[in-house]
Design a protein around this ligand. Structure first.
Ligand SMILES: Cc1cc2nc3c(=O)[nH]c(=O)nc-3n(C[C@H](O)[C@H](O)[C@H](O)COP(=O)(O)OP(=O)(O)OC[C@H]3O[C@@H](n4cnc5c(N)ncnc54)[C@H](O)[C@@H]3O)c2cc1C
Ligand code: SF4
Length: 333
C-alpha cells in the first residue's frame, strides 16, 4: 500500500475543504471498496478524508419523501422502518448485496461511488483504459461473462456493481452534493453515473472534491407492487449477473398507470429502462405486453463473446417480475 495522510474533519464543509486543498485526496467511508483498491495499489490517494462519521441520519422531508444521509450504513438503511414500509424495493436490493458484515460497514455514499468489479481492472498486469487512460482494454479479448450488454464502448465494457443503485434508479432518487465553498446541488441518480464512451476513467458527474451528503426519495406510489430480483452465480456474497428492479402502479380499471424498471449487471451504470416503461404505460398488465416491452428495451443490447445469455436472462426476469407484481393482491401486498 502506498503511504497516505489521514484526516478526520469535523463536518462536511471541512471534508470538502481538505479535498479542495489536496486534489489527490479520496473520501473514506466504510473502506470496503477503497481500502481493497489501495492494497492492490490501483487507488493511490495521498490523503484519505474520513467521512464515515458524517451525514448519518434518516429523516422525513417536506412533501412525504425521505432523506437518507450518505454516511448511513447499508444495514441501517435496509432495516429502517420508513424504508421497509415505504420503500421496500430499496430494502430488498440492499439485502441482496454483499454479506451482512460488509453491509454493516458499507455506507450509502460509498455504495454509490464503488468501482467496477471487472477482473482486468483489478489485475495490474492487464491493460485497462479505466485504470490507465489510453492503455487499451484486455477485457475485450478476454472473459466477458460479467461484462456489459448495453451502453458499452470500444474503450470499456465494465458494469456498475451496485444493487442499491438499481433500486434508487427505479425510485427516481436524487443525490445531494456539497462542493467547494459551500456550493450545493442535486443530481438525479440516473444522471450521476456515466456510460464509458472514450473516457471510462470518468465514472460519474461529480466535480473534483464534491461530496455526496444524502440521497432523497420522493413519496412512493409503488410500495405495494415492487420487487428486486437478482440472478448470480452463488446465492449470497456474489455480484449480479443481471438484476431487475420493477414496480407497477395500476389504475382503477386494472391498466398500468405507470411502470418503473431499472436493470443491474448490464451496463456501466444502473440502467433505467425507459423504452420499456413508455411501452407499458396505459397497457393491460399481461405477459405478452411485458415480453414486448422487454424485447424493445433489449433490442439495443450488444453482447460480447461470453455474455449473450444475459439478454434472454434479463428479459425473462423482467417478465416474471412484472407478472408476479400484477398478480399481487392489493390488500396482501
Ligand atoms: C466481497 C464483497 C462483495 C460485495 N458484494 C456486493 C454486492 O453483491 N452488491 C453490491 O451492491 N455491493 C457489493 N459489494 C460492494 C460494497 O457494497 C461496497 O464496497 C460498499 O458499498 C462501499 O461502501 P463503503 O462505505 O465501504 O465505501 P468506501 O470503500 O469507503 O468508498 C468507496 C468509494 O466511494 C467514495 N466515497 C465514499 N463516500 C463518499 C461520499 N460521501 N461522497 C463521495 N464519494 C464517496 C470513496 O472515495 C471511494 O472512491 C461487495 C464488496 C465486497 C468486498
Ligand atoms: S472493461 Fe473497462 S474496467 Fe475492464 S479492463 Fe476494459 S477498460 Fe478496464
Amino acid at each position: 500500500m502506498t503511504p497516505f495522510r489521514y484526516e478526520k474533519p469535523a463536518d462536511t464543509a471541512g471534508a470538502v475543504e481538505i479535498s479542495r486543498r489536496a486534489p489527490a485526496a479520496r473520501y473514506l467511508a466504510g473502506g470496503t471498496n477503497l481500502v481493497d483498491l489501495m492494497r492492490e495499489t490501483i487507488e493511490r490517494p495521498e490523503t484519505l478524508v474520513d467521512v464515515s462519521h458524517l451525514s448519518g441520519e434518516i429523516r422525513d422531508i417536506d412533501g412525504g419523501g425521505l432523506r437518507i444521509g450518505a454516511g448511513v450504513k447499508n444495514t441501517a438503511v435496509a432495516a429502517h422502518r420508513s424504508v421497509r414500509e415505504r420503500y421496500p424495493l430499496l430494502t430488498q436490493a440492499i439485502l441482496s448485496g454483499a454479506s451482512a458484515q460488509i453491509r454493516n460497514m458499507a455506507s450509502v455514499g460509498g455504495n454509490i461511488m464503488q468501482r467496477t468489479r471487472c477482473l482486468y481492472f483489478y489485475d495490474d498486469a492487464s491493460r485497462c483504459n479505466k485504470r490507465e487512460p489510453g492503455a487499451g482494454c484486455d477485457a475485450l479479448q478476454g472473459f466477458t461473462r460479467n461484462h456489459a450488454i448495453l451502453g458499452g464502448s470500444a474503450s470499456c465494457v465494465a458494469t456498475h456493481p451496485s444493487d442499491m443503485c438499481v433500486a434508487l434508479a427505479a425510485l427516481d432518487a436524487s443525490v445531494q452534493l456539497e462542493g467547494p465553498r459551500g456550493a450545493r446541488r442535486s443530481l438525479n441518480l440516473t444522471d450521476l453515473h456515466r456510460l464509458p464512451g472514450n473516457t471510462p476513467e470518468i465514472e460519474t458527474g461529480l466535480q473534483p472534491g464534491e461530496l455526496i451528503t444524502a440521497v432523497e426519495l420522493h413519496p412512493n406510489r409503488f410500495a405495494n407492487r415492487c420487487s428486486y430480483r437478482k440472478v448470480r452465480d452463488r446465492a449470497s456474497f456474489a455480484f449480479a449477473l443481471v438484476s431487475v428492479a420493477a414496480a407497477l402502479d395500476l389504475a382503477d380499471d386494472g391498466s398500468i398507470r405507470e411502470a418503473r424498471l431499472a436493470l443491474g449487471g448490464v451496463a456501466h451504470k444502473p440502467w433505467r429502462a425507459r423504452t420499456a416503461e413508455a411501452l407499458l404505460a396505459g397497457k393491460q398488465p399481461a405477459e405478452t405486453q411485458f415480453r414486448q416491452a422487454a424485447d424493445a428495451e433489449l433490442s439495443a443490447a450488444r453482447p460480447l463473446p461470453h455474455n449473450a445469455f444475459k439478454i434472454e436472462l434479463v428479459k425473462r426476469v423482467i417478465v416474471s417480475s412484472f407478472v408476479a407484481l400484477a398478480q399481487r393482491k392489493e390488500a396482501s401486498a
